[in-house]
Design a protein around this ligand. Structure first.
Ligand SMILES: C[S@@+](CC[C@H](N)C(=O)[O-])C[C@H]1O[C@@H](n2cnc3c(N)ncnc32)[C@H](O)[C@@H]1O
Length: 239
């Protein structure tokens, strides 16, 4: 992400506590071994409830995309791993202008990392020939779904509607392609199910999405399973 201003106005600092985190602090915090372990787990979820323009989420994405690349032996596998990494990152931000920047910064980072990865995987071929347009379209869908405008405290967006999030449940591979099912929940339902059990150490992960038995009833929308590279099609799915 390009260097951004840390403060937009003193008014916003006063009313929203809006001070963005400098890059070196973000890096220092993400270098903690407990965080690195989660970054190395491609599907381990991260939620930033006051995401700003994405200081943390963009850097986590950059690091997870590196992991995705090192786990991949083909362009197709890299596309899937890159999308798994992206699908694990969630953000909530109150201010509409920040959400716009957040979405743009996540898109930019995904594209930058994806193209760099393709170069490294197959440097002799032109990257434009290797690019899977479906990966790029699905990346946009994932970012649009996972970066929510809203108030993390009231769990409502600016229309007064519940903040919604999608779980991208991995179903395994078929013919070399990762399959996924999109399941939609209200943020409120996610919080209610995630509260138990309470972690015993500050570093223990509480999974964003509860185990299947507890959460089944709280699913608001269930989409038809599809290939991960085709999740962009779930945007237009009429249920
Ligand atoms: C201290 S800034 C941190 C932003 C980002 N996490 C970073 O480190 O650069 C806090 C952010 O939270 C947002 N915010 C404040 N209250 C919020 C709320 N109730 N729900 C969601 N976002 C909120 C502000 O607009 C601001 O962008």
């Amino acid at each position: 992400m390009s260097e951004m201003k840390l403060i937009k106005s003193s008014e916003r600092v006063r009313t929203l506590g809006e001070v963005f985190t400098p890059r070196r602090i973000v890096e220092l915090m993400l270098d903690q071994p407990e965080i690195t372990a989660k970054i190395n787990d491609l599907s381990a979820t991260f939620l930033e409830p006051s995401a700003g323009e994405g200081a943390f989420l963009v850097e986590i994405l950059r690091r997870k995309m590196d992991v995705a690349l090192h786990r991949s032996h083909s362009v197709q596998e890299y596309g899937d791993n890159a999308l798994i990494a992206l699908s694990s990152l969630y953000g909530i931000e109150f201010m509409e202008d920040n959400v716009e920047m957040l979405v743009m910064n996540m898109n930019e980072q995904f594209l930058r990392s994806y193209y760099q990865g393709l170069h490294q995987l197959q440097s002799e071929e032109e990257v434009s020939h290797l690019t899977d347009e479906n990966v790029l379209k699905s990346a946009k869908t994932l970012i649009q779904a996972n970066m929510a405008q809203g108030n993390a405290l009231t769990q409502l967006n600016s229309d007064g509607k519940p903040i919604m999030f999608s779980e991208w449940k991995l179903l395994g591979k078929q013919h070399g392609y990762q399959y996924v099912q999109r399941l939609e929940y209200t943020f409120t339902a996610i919080i209610e199910h995630a509260q138990e059990p309470v972690p015993e150490t500050p570093y223990e992960e509480v999974s964003l999405f509860a185990p299947p038995a507890e959460k089944k009833s709280s699913v608001t929308r269930e989409y038809t399973p599809c290939r991960l590279v085709d999740v962009y099609k779930t945007q237009s799915q009429n249920l």
